[in-house]
Write a protein that binds this ligand. Sequence first.
Ligand SMILES: NC(=O)c1ccc[n+]([C@@H]2O[C@H](COP(=O)([O-])OP(=O)(O)OC[C@H]3O[C@@H](n4cnc5c(N)ncnc54)[C@H](OP(=O)(O)O)[C@@H]3O)[C@@H](O)[C@H]2O)c1
Length: 258
Amino acid sequence: MEIRGSQVMITGCNRGIGKAVALMAAADGAHLHVVNRKSDPELLNELTNAGAASVTFYSLDLGRKENIDQFLKETQNLQIDILFNNAGLLTGGLLENQTVDEIYAMLQVNVNALIHLTHGFLPRMIAAKKGKIINHASVTGVMHFPCATTYAASKAAVIAFTDSLRVELKGTGVTTLVLVTPGIETDMYKDIPNRYGKNIDLTFMKGMPTKKYAQMIREAILEDLDVLKPQGFSGVGVLMAQHAPKLFESLVLKRFQR
Ligand SMILES: NC(=O)c1ccc[n+]([C@@H]2O[C@H](COP(=O)([O-])OP(=O)(O)OC[C@H]3O[C@@H](n4cnc5c(N)ncnc54)[C@H](OP(=O)(O)O)[C@@H]3O)[C@@H](O)[C@H]2O)c1
């Protein structure tokens, strides 16, 4: 699908992968619809200077259903070509050490808000017979590490949701892309040792720069891929988790202690 001249909406793009993708789409001459918790004049300048055809800001905290209802009402006449459900929260550590409140907050952003926004924009895409929904999952949706219980559950839900939707949308002109993302150097990535490090040896961790990953997402959009899977070390991990789960488990257990 073309990015140039498209109406592209991205959630959570004030930093991290979302910002890198927003800058990439700006450089491609997209009309950007930036959905962040806070408006940011500096980001507006950055995206405009990068080449965006236009930039529109929406302030939205995805943590509350009522906010999303209100946002969808206010934007009911807006036609989006690409919706990138990117915003996300990380939880982690032994399950008994995670709080129920942080788990609910994470599931609201990672799963409920993603489905809610897709539900809101999809009918307009189907009516226009074109559009793409991009949903941000993670390798943890496939590789089920200890300490990742709740986060992994959210990302497995994103993969299942997007894959079901992909089939449901056959013939409508609307397509989906699910990102099975490996470690990318962002604030969230830096937070992994704090949450998982007490119980898992993370010396194998190696992150990719956000700009490089944004380029991979760009190619996946242009080539109309329905899934962006990791390559290299993480790619092998995904394959092993899927096809040799007992071997994967035994390797993980060597690095885990309660
Ligand atoms: N980095 C990785 O290694 C990695 C790997 C796999 C998947 N992912 C996924 O990639 C996506 C982006 O993550 P990232 O690594 O770029 O993380 P990040 O730098 O921590 O950015 C997270 C983004 O989500 C936004 N967000 C969180 N809660 C929100 C809420 N209630 N309402 C609106 N926006 C909210 C944040 O906004 P604020 O600045 O307002 O908090 C921020 O823009 C997430 O879905 C994540 O799960 C990341």
